[in-house]
Design a protein around this ligand. Structure first.
Ligand SMILES: Nc1ncnc2c1ncn2[C@@H]1O[C@H](COP(=O)(O)OP(=O)(O)O)[C@@H](O)[C@H]1O
Ligand SMILES: NC(=O)OP(=O)(O)O
Length: 320
C-alpha cells in the first residue's frame, strides 16, 4: 500500500507565543513535536515546514545592532538561512526527544532550502510581509522617518516592519527532500518560506525578501506529490464572519465555495487569506489532494476527519 505523505506547515504559535527567548521557543517546539509524532505513529510520512517572521526580524535587528567593519550586518536572505538553521536545530532536538520517549527510531533532518522567485515579482515594489517585534504606531512612524524601512499595521495586533514577499516559483531542493522522505526520514524544509533566490545565468543569487511559508509549503507539497497539505495555526477552523455574532465554522468546503467567501472578504489579508489561497492552490491540482487548516491541538483529529477545515475540489472528505 502507498504510504501517505503530508506537508505540515507550522504557524507562529507552534514556535513562539510572546516569549522570544531560546528556552521558551524550544519548550513550545517540544509541545509541537508531541503532536507531530502522532502522525509518525500512524505511519504517515511528514515534511515539516515553519514560519520565521518573528525570528528573522529579530535576527535582522541583532545584525543592525552589531554592525561594524569587523562584524558587518548580514543581509535578509542570509538572516533567513540563519532562521532555518536555528529553528530546524530546535525542531530536530524536540522531535528526537519525543521519538525516543515513544521508542521510535527515525532520523530527523533539516534541509537548508532555497526557493526561486521571479525578480520581476510585483511584490518587490510593495512590501507586505510583517517580520520581527510589534511596535506602537508612534514608534513605527519614528523608525520609518529615521531609517529606510517600512512598517504596517498587522491584523489589529500592532505595527511591524514589512518586507517584500514574492511568490515561490520553484524549490531547488525538492528532489533531495523527496529522497530523504522515501528513505524513511523526517524532513524539516522550506523553513521561513525558504531562502529567496533568483536565477542568474550561472548561479543562484540570494535576494532580500521573506516568502510566505504557506505558499512555499503548498509549492513543496505539489513538487513532492504529497497527499495532503496541513496548515496549522492558532484556530481550529476557518470561519466566515470571523469574530462576528454570525461567525460560522467551515468544515468540509469546496474550492468553489471558498472562492465565493474570498470575494465576500471573509479572510483577513496577511493572516487567514494566504492560508486559504495556498489551500486552494494545492487542492485544485488534483481531486486526490486536500488541504486541512486547523490548530496544532486538533491536527491529529483533523486527519481522522474529526476536526479542522478540509479544502478539496469537490468536498471530497478527509485523508484518513
Ligand atoms: N476567517 C477567519 N477564520 C479563522 N481565522 C481567521 C480568519 N480571519 C483571520 N483569522 C485569524 O488568522 C489567524 C492566523 O493567521 P496568523 O496568525 O498570521 O498565522 P500563523 O499561524 O501562520 O502565524 C488566526 O489565528 C485568526 O486569528
Ligand atoms: N515566512 C513566514 O511566512 O513566516 P510567518 O509565518 O512567521 O509569518
Amino acid at each position: 500500500m502507498k504510504r501517505r505523505k503530508v506537508v505540515i506547515a507550522l504557524g507562529g504559535n507552534a514556535i513562539q507565543s510572546g516569549d522570544a527567548t531560546a528556552e521558551a521557543q524550544q519548550l513550545a517546539l517540544e509541545k509541537t513535536a508531541r503532536q507531530l509524532v502522532d502522525f509518525i505513529e500512524k505511519g504517515i510520512d511528514i515534511i515539516i515546514s515553519h514560519g520565521n517572521g518573528p525570528q528573522v526580524g529579530n535576527i535582522l535587528l541583532q545584525q543592525a545592532a552589531a554592525d561594524s567593519v569587523k562584524n558587518p550586518a548580514m543581509p535578509l536572505d542570509t538572516c533567513g538561512a540563519m532562521s532555518q538553521g536555528m529553528i530546524g536545530y530546535w525542531m530536530q532536538n524536540a522531535m528526537d526527544k519525543v521519538l525516543k520517549e515513544r521508542g521510535i527510531k527515525k532520523n530527523v533532518v533539516t534541509v537548508v532550502t532555497r526557493v526561486v522567485v521571479d525578480q520581476n515579482d510585483p511584490a518587490f515594489l510593495n512590501p507586505t510581509k510583517p517580520i520581527g517585534p510589534f511596535y506602537s504606531e508612534e514608534e513605527a512612524r519614528q523608525i520609518m522617518e529615521e531609517t529606510a524601512t517600512f512598517f504596517k499595521e498587522d491584523a489589529g495586533r500592532g505595527w511591524r516592519r514589512v518586507v517584500p514577499s514574492p511568490k515561490p516559483v520553484s524549490i531547488r531542493e525538492h528532489s533531495v527532500i523527496n529522497s530523504l522522505i522515501q528513505q524513511g526520514n523526517i524532513v524539516i524544509a522550506v523553513g521561513g518560506g525558504g531562502i529567496p533566490v533568483i536565477e542568474t545565468e550561472n548561479s543562484l543569487l540570494g535576494i532580500e525578501a521573506v516568502i510566505d511559508k504557506d505558499f512555499a509549503s503548498q509549492k513543496l507539497a505539489e513538487l513532492v506529490d504529497a497527499d495532503a497539505l496541513i496548515i496549522l495555526t492558532a484556530v481550529d477552523n476557518v470561519y466566515i464572519d470571523f469574530n462576528k455574532p454570525a461567525q460560522k465554522k467551515l468544515a468540509d468546503v469546496s474550492i468553489e465555495e471558498l472562492n465565493v467567501y474570498i470575494e465576500g472578504g471573509h479572510f483577513a489579508a496577511g493572516s487567514m487569506l494566504p492560508k486559504v489561497e495556498a489551500a486552494i492552490k494545492f487542492a485544485e491540482t488534483s481531486p486526490d489532494r486536500k488541504t486541512i487548516i486547523t490548530s496544532l491541538d486538533q491536527a491529529f483529529n483533523a486527519i481522522e476527519g474529526k476536526a479542522g477545515t478540509v479544502v478539496s475540489l469537490h468536498r471530497a472528505g478527509v485523508l484518513a
